[in-house]
Design a protein around this ligand. Structure first.
Ligand SMILES: [Zn+2]
Length: 491
């Protein structure tokens, strides 16, 4: 069950956004065939150990707004009834994102595990693989035995984390013991753009987690994880958790390591900084134009529209970047992509009648400000229409500015959407993309990468967001001098 919820996004995530399979169909699901996720790591590993595996359900969606009540209830009930139908099992192993939120439940993972436990009883081990951006509620911890989180951001070890969780289950069955997990809290909200694992301080923290696992494995430590939580989820479970899973004799070591690493994360609190050049939008555009004029680079300057990043769950319909690009008369710019079903369908109808010859006057696109529903009004040609397998796109164009408008939210953290529209992103001078940090595919075609601090549901300036449910005090919303406060686990 994997979805990362941005609670500031007012648009509910509905069932159609979830990739879904149940029973044996889990094996043939396209997501499974990509071969890189935690679910596959779990299934492969259990099969290698000769286990009889009963796949229950698979639900995975693009990050977005809270999961609506009906979708959420159906995910929980379908999974539980599959578990019930499976009959008595020896163990449960599950892949969870860990930062899902529903309009009717702020702790779906805790609810799922609690209700699974009610079915299985406390005799069998339940272990899970988590995304690094998971939150851990007290209810979740009461009902789970072992857990392990990703150790890379951007995440490239999902499969390995699934393998780790499955190996925990196998060891539990061999030992006839359930592992236990101890958690230490760190009251920090940290954006993904400030916590890439290839650079300090995260590279140092991950190094320490691996050292803990390596040094103390033979003494009973099974996994050490940093779960950063998700800063754009306003929940009572917000903040960073250090979780150490151990076999019953190793409590003292596990506690010592959890405290040691949690204190280290706390000491690093002012070292979580942007790793890419970061500027306000006006500055980013100014600097890009100066750079292009002086250095005449062959490749585009790529600017992230970080406040409206769909992979951080934002609504993805802000047109503030388009508005600035038009106002500044950028000579050659591409914007990927604004999700606006109304603008999409008007432009598509226009294209079907006029093709790309006539100007569509007064097309209203997206919203220009987060607090206003005012759209940007543009006179443009509809250059092309593309029906892709995951989304439909209209390609709009006027005076050197090209803007992709989609019929639904879609991930734009890498350039495949642009290329699927038969557009070469490298031919533009400035490329605006709705993402946070730019992945390797963008970096390989960028003469310069800039993260623009734009408004929206994934605003990088966390102090500008209206938190109501997040436990306080928490850094950076508050200043907490001195040692790491010892906060109780919230249920
Ligand atoms: Zn994540």
């Amino acid at each position: 069950m994997m979805q990362e919820t941005n609670t500031f996004n007012p648009l509910y995530t509905t069932r159609e956004y979830f990739a879904h399979a149940s029973g044996e169909a889990v094996y043939s699901h396209p997501r499974w065939c990509t071969g890189d996720d935690a679910t596959r790591g779990i299934l492969d590993t259990l099969a290698e150990h000769g286990a009889t595996v009963i796949p229950l359900t698979f639900f995975r969606a693009l990050p977005g707004g809270p999961v609506d009540s009906d979708t959420y209830k159906s995910i929980i009930s379908e999974t539980l009834s599959a578990l019930e139908c499976a009959g008595p099992v020896d163990a449960v192993c599950i892949a969870l994102h860990g930062s899902m939120y529903s309009s009717v439940d702020n702790d779906p993972e805790g609810t799922l595990l609690g209700r699974m436990r009610a079915l299985t009883g406390f005799e069998i081990p339940i272990c899970a693989a988590f995304d690094m951006h998971a939150k851990l509620s007290a209810r979740l911890l009461e009902n789970i035995d072992g857990l392990v989180g990703y150790k890379t951001a951007p995440h490239v070890d999902e499969y390995a984390t699934g393998q780790h969780a499955a190996n925990m289950v196998v060891e539990a069955l061999k030992r006839s013991q359930r592992p236990q997990t101890i958690v230490e809290r760190v009251p920090l909200l940290i954006a993904g753009e400030k916590s890439e694992t290839s650079v300090p301080p995260m590279s140092v923290i991950i190094g320490e987690l691996k050292k803990t696992e390596g040094t103390f494995r033979h003494l009973g430590v099974s996994a050490a994880s940093v779960l950063l939580g998700f800063p754009w989820a306003d929940t009572p479970h917000a903040g960073v958790s250090i979780a150490v899973t151990y076999w019953p004799d190793a409590l003292k070591i596990a506690r010592g390591e959890a405290v040691r690493i949690a204190d280290m994360v706390w000491a690093f609190q002012s070292d979580f900084n942007f790793t890419t050049e970061t500027r306000c939008l006006e500055d980013a555009i100014k600097v890009a134009l100066e750079f292009i004029a002086s250095d005449r680079p062959e490749l585009p300057v790529i600017i992230s529209d970080s406040g409206d990043n769909p992979t951080a769950g934002a609504l993805q319909n802000m047109s503030v970047v388009l508005e600035h690009a038009v106002k500044e008369r950028l000579p050659s710019a591409l914007i990927s992509a604004i999700a606006d079903p109304d603008a999409y369908s008007i432009a598509r109808s226009w294209f079907e009648v006029h093709q790309s010859d006539a100007i569509l006057h007064g097309l209203r696109i997206g919203t220009v400000s987060h607090t206003s529903s005012q759209p940007f009004v543009w006179d443009c040609k509809v250059h092309a229409v593309h029906d892709l397998d995951r989304v439909s796109v209209v390609v709009l164009e006027s005076q050197g500015i090209t803007c992709l408008v989609t019929d639904r939210r879609v991930a734009t953290y890498e350039p495949s959407l642009i290329m699927d529209c038969d557009i070469d992103p490298a031919t533009f001078r400035v490329l605006f993309v709705k993402c946070g940090y730019q992945g390797p595919e963008y970096r390989s075609i960028a003469s310069r990468s800039i993260v623009a601090l734009t408004p929206g549901d994934s605003n990088e300036d966390l102090t500008a967001l209206p938190y109501r449910n997040t436990p306080r005090p928490i850094v950076p919303l508050d200043n907490i001098p001195g040692r790491r406060p010892v906060s109780p686990v919230t249920s």
